[in-house]
Design a binder for this molecule. Structure first.
Ligand code: HEM
Length: 560
């Protein structure tokens, strides 16, 4: 009898222990168990539910629904929270300098190293950011002779003649493709100088080639960001979940960007011998970052170097001797880091602006009265942006208005703000890690949040708060105008507006993007109206960076 009791007893104890460890403790003793879960399975099954949602590209929708059901702080996985408030929310996390999650380097590193955007830790990030921040400041960009010279060439020789040609033929144009091209030309000209930059507006074959590589990676980025070990393991086992073309695309894009960096180096090397250099050829960003990094490293070889305390799997590896002078080697990653930052800024800088422009044109095209009102405002610019040039005018007589003047136009500003609110190019999660501090942190109404928790806020949810933005799903630029909205309410709207993030990791390119977007919109609606020809698939994909599902929008331009 005793012989059969002992195993039964042992089994019962095991069951009780397992029940305690796998059910009771996760349900009642986990440090996040006091926070409502987005799904019943989270306390017991941890990350399974949200990982599946992310794989199926439903993250933004399920997080939004969870906030509506449970409030401003919701548990999304075993050790992950979503936050949807300003006080005890984005101000604590982002203005408070909580460090980035490994999600960033896993997805956004390149050349086998981390760049400023994907660096996790505060110190190396801020050392790098300080080397370059001044060339992205609002005053620098608005008064930069380089930007002015390039804007002149880009608008008068590429963008406006092409749009004029489209309006004359009356053909339907894929403006999303065109926006990517124009934004890439604008961005790369600022980074590398016009002579070393892209000409995607006119060189359609090169545009298609690079954009193909750029976009074909998208559906597999989930694995790099969320489950990088699955990518590595399945590759080793010979059953890769991420196809080889993903790596080929990464390599192609890295090589293409490296060529522009080298071309900027060549320009600088021969600059002294050019009799009258064109101001637009100055590689402003590349020069500033390279010289800043070399100075930093000369003082301290470890300065600005991303520390990797975690076991990180980066999406790409170093693939050749990047620097012709041989500076880059296994110990000195400086060249790889410079190239990586250039590539990151090229990607961040063109895609986001293009998305914003696409949705702005789409919304405008459905509102003839708004196009008319905007044009009336734009005609007050001195000089107005008139294309084609009036008879008797020569290209050298073409001048764009001062960017400060364009920036001050209230209706244009309201339209851009509303587009960035409703169609935020980066609507998704911006994951950070809670700090290890005595007593834990407080988010929303919950205190004692321990260190090491993955925490994210999302523009998608913040921008849909009905109390701050009544009828949040309507495109209503008037809400940003002082004659429609009280000063107090406008202040509140600006506190919740989060298209560019906030704090030390806030977008470095926000002023460049705003100047570029406003200039393009001003140039277009001064001269043309737009009409939707085909907007099938215009709905935004549910992702970190969004875009139309169809990746296109067909419009027709008509001269006014
Ligand atoms: C409408 C256009 C843009 C939008 C909506 C946008 C949005 C954002 C957001 C939300 C972040 C924070 C992301 C996070 O922490 O996960 C960010 C960061 C960043 N953005 Fe932008 N961006 C835009 C244009 C640009 C441009 C033109 C550049 C060109 C340099 C740029 C470069 C960067 C960089 C380098 C960071 C990382 C900053 C850091 O870690 O300190 N962005 N952007």
């Amino acid at each position: 009898m005793a012989g059969s009791t002992i195993p039964v007893l042992a089994f019962s104890v095991l069951v009780l222990l397992a029940g305690y460890k796998f059910i009771y403790a996760p349900l009642f003793q986990h440090p996040l168990s006091h926070i409502p879960s987005a799904h019943w399975s989270i306390p017991i099954f941890g990350d399974v539910w949200i990982t599946w949602q992310r794989y199926k590209e439903r993250n933004n929708a399920v997080t939004f629904a969870a906030h509506r059901k449970h409030g401003s702080v919701v548990r999304m996985a075993a050790n992950e929270l979503a936050v949807d408030c300003v006080d005890n929310g984005i101000r604590t996390i982002y203005a408070g300098g909580w460090e980035k999650h490994a999600w960033y380097p896993q997805r956004f590193a390149s050349y086998g190293v981390m760049n400023m955007f994907s660096t996790i830790h505060h110190l190396p990030h801020s050392q790098k950011k300080r080397t370059i921040a001044n060339v992205y400041s609002k005053s620098y960009i608005a008064s930069s002779p380089q930007v002015a010279a390039n804007s002149h060439v880009l608008f008068s020789q590429r963008f406006l003649p092409l749009l004029d040609q489209y309006s004359k033929t009356g053909e339907a144009v894929d403006v999303h493709d065109l926006n990517n091209a124009m934004a890439m030309d604008f961005m790369s000209a600022f980074q590398f100088g016009l002579s070393s930059s892209t000409n995607f507006t006119q060189d359609v074959a090169k545009r298609k080639e690079i954009m193909h590589h750029y976009h074909c990676r998208r559906e597999f980025e989930f694995f790099s960001a969320e489950l990088p070990w699955v990518k590595t393991l399945t590759k080793r086992l010979g059953i890769p979940v991420v196809p080889d073309f993903f790596d080929v695309a990464n390599l192609t894009i890295e090589d293409w960007n490296a060529d522009m960096c080298r071309s900027a180096d060549d320009y600088v090397a021969k600059q002294g011998s050019i009799a009258s250099p064109f101001p637009g050829d100055e590689p402003v960003v590349y020069n500033q970052f390279k010289s800043g990094m070399l100075k930093l490293r000369a003082k301290d070889g470890a300065a600005g170097k991303a520390l990797s305390s975690e076991q990180l799997i980066l999406p790409t590896t170093r693939h050749d001797a990047l620097d012709k002078g041989g500076v880059d080697n296994a110990d000195d990653t400086t060249t790889a880091e410079i190239y990586s930052d250039m590539l990151d800024q090229l990607g961040a800088g063109h895609e986001t602006s293009a998305i914003a422009l696409t949705y702005l044109y789409w919304e405008m095209s459905q509102r003839p009265e708004l196009m008319k009102a905007l044009r009336k405002e734009l005609l007050t610019l001195t000089p107005p942006i008139q294309w084609p040039l009036p008879t008797g005018f020569d290209l050298k007589d073409f001048n764009l208005p001062n960017p400060k003047q364009i920036d001050a136009l209230p209706l244009l500003n309201a339209i851009v703000m509303e587009t960035l609110r409703l169609h935020t190019p980066i609507p998704g999660i911006e994951p950070r890690i809670s700090p290890y501090i005595a007593g834990g942190s407080t988010l929303g109404e919950y205190s004692n949040i321990p260190g090491g928790v993955r925490v994210s806020a999302m523009p998608y949810t913040l921008h849909r708060n009905e109390e701050v933005f009544p009828q949040p799903n309507s495109f209503n630029p008037s809400r940003w105008l002082p004659e429609h909205t009280s000063e107090e309410q406008l202040k509140e709207m600006n506190r919740w507006f989060w298209a560019f993030g906030s704090g030390g990791r806030m977008c470095i390119g926000s002023h460049l993007a705003t100047q570029e977007i406003k200039l393009l919109v001003a140039a277009i609606y001064s001269n043309w109206t737009t009409e939707v020809i085909d907007d099938e698939g215009i709905e935004e994909i549910d992702a970190y960076t969004t875009r139309p599902k169809s990746n296109r929008l067909m419009l027709r331009f008509a001269h006014v």
